[in-house]
Design a protein around this ligand. Structure first.
Ligand code: TXA
Ligand code: MG
Length: 322
C-alpha cells in the first residue's frame, strides 16, 4: 500500500464507500481516532491487524449508529438498553452476547461468543458508518504499543503508507478511549475505564460496577481461546503427519499429502498467505471441531506477517485446559 489518501469531513460518503469495499480508513470519533474496517469482512479485519502490527488478535469494537443496529449484533438486555439509552451516542462500549445471526466476523470477535458494541458521538464517524451501511470495527488508529491518536497527524505519524485513507476531522473531544462495560452475567463489570465515568454509569445502573472476571479482562488468556469456544478436539501444532482420527488444518501447498490421510480438512490459505489465513483461522477451527475429529493437526505456520499472531492463537488453543 503506497499512498494514504487524506480526506476531510466532506468526504464521509466516499470514506464509507472505501470501507464497504474492504479498505482501511482511519476516522475521528469523539474519543480517539479509530482505524476502521468492515467488521463483517474477515480479510479486511486481517489487513487491519497487519497494518497496526498487532502482536495478537484482540477482539475489536464494532461501531454502529443506533441502539437498533446494535440489537442486530448483540443481545441487548434491559440493563444494556438502559445504558445505551442513557449514553449512546457516546464514549461507552458494551460487551454483550452475540446474537445467532451476528454479522461481525469471527476474527473481529477473536472467536468469542460476545461482541463489543459502541455508537460513537461524532458527525464524521456517524456519516461514514451510515454510508458504509454495515458495522465498522475500529481499534485506536495507532501502531501497536503506541498511544492512541487524537489528531489526523498522529494517525499519519504511525500509519502513513499502511492504510488506505484518513479522514481529518480535527482533534477529538474526549481524547481517551471509551469506557468498556461487560454485560455477560448477572453483574455489570467494568472492563476498561475510559471517557465515561464509573459514577455516571453506576447512577444509571443503581448499583456498583463489579470487577471483571479473569476471562473478560484477558479474553484470550493462555490455555483457552475462550472458555465457551476452546475446540473440543485437541489441537496439535506443526504437524508433519496425520494420526488416526485426526482432522488436518493446512497452510500452503500440501507437499506431504496429509489431506488424504485426515478425516476432515480445511486450509487456512492454500497459497500460504498469512492475511487470508488470519481471516479464516477461527472459522476453520470451528468447522473442523464440528466434524467430531479427535484432534486437529495443524500445518507449520511461518512466523512472518500475521503468522506470529496466528501461531499465538493456535498455541493457546493447543495448551492444556483447566
Ligand atoms: O474509544 C474507543 O473505544 C476507540 C474508538 C476508536 O472507538 N476504540 C478502541 O479500540 O479503543 P481498541 O481496540 O484499542 O480497544 C478495544 C478494547 C480492547 O481492550 C479489547 O480487548 C476489548 O475492547 N474488547 C473488545 N471486544 C471484547 C470482548 N468481546 N470481550 C472483552 N473485551 C473486548
Ligand atoms: Mg488501543
Amino acid at each position: 500500500m503506497a499512498t494514504t489518501r487524506r480526506l476531510t469531513a466532506d468526504d464521509a460518503a466516499e470514506a464509507g464507500a472505501l470501507l464497504a469495499s474492504g479498505k482501511l480508513v482511519a476516522f475521528p470519533t469523539e474519543t480517539v481516532y479509530g482505524l476502521g474496517a468492515d467488521a463483517t469482512d474477515g480479510e479486511a479485519i486481517a489487513r487491519l491487524y497487519a497494518a497496526k502490527g498487532r502482536p495478537s488478535f484482540n477482539p475489536l469494537i464494532s461501531h454502529v449508529t443506533s441502539l437498533a443496529a446494535a440489537e442486530a449484533l448483540g443481545r441487548i438486555s434491559a440493563t444494556a438498553r438502559a445504558l445505551g439509552e442513557a449514553f449512546w451516542p457516546g464514549p461507552l462500549t458494551l460487551v454483550v452476547p452475540a446474537t445467532e445471526t451476528c454479522a461481525v466476523s469471527d476474527l473481529a470477535r477473536a472467536g468469542l461468543g460476545s461482541v463489543a458494541l459502541r455508537v460513537p458521538d461524532h458527525p464524521v464517524a456517524r456519516a461514514l458508518i451510515e454510508a458504509a451501511d454495515r458495522p465498522i470495527a475500529a481499534p485506536s488508529a495507532n501502531r501497536s504499543g503506541r498511544v492512541s491518536p487524537t489528531t489526523a497527524a498522529h494517525v499519519l505519524a504511525d500509519l502513513d503508507g499502511r492504510i488506505d485513507a484518513v479522514v481529518d476531522g480535527g482533534p477529538t473531544a474526549v481524547g481517551l478511549e471509551s469506557t468498556i462495560v461487560a454485560l455477560l452475567d448477572d453483574a455489570p463489570r467494568l472492563l476498561r475505564p475510559g471517557g465515561l465515568s464509573r459514577a455516571a454509569i453506576e447512577a444509571v445502573l443503581g448499583r456498583p460496577l463489579e470487577e471483571p472476571l479473569k476471562d473478560e479482562a484477558a479474553p484470550l488468556a493462555p490455555g483457552r481461546l475462550a472458555s465457551h469456544y476452546a475446540p473440543t478436539a485437541k489441537v496439535r501444532l506443526d504437524a508433519e503427519d496425520i494420526f488416526e482420527g485426526e482432522a488436518y488444518l493446512g497452510f500452503g501447498p500440501d507437499r506431504l499429502g496429509l489431506r488424504a490421510k485426515a478425516v476432515a480438512y480445511e486450509t487456512l490459505s492454500a497459497s500460504g498467505d498469512t492475511i487470508e489465513a488470519a481471516a479464516r483461522l477461527f472459522s476453520c477451527l470451528r468447522a473442523l471441531d464440528a466434524t467430531g475429529a479427535t484432534a486437529i493437526a495443524v500445518a507449520p505456520i511461518p512466523d512472518h506477517g500475521l503468522g506470529e499472531a496466528i501461531r499465538d492463537r493456535l498455541a493457546r488453543a493447543a495448551a492444556p485446559r483447566g
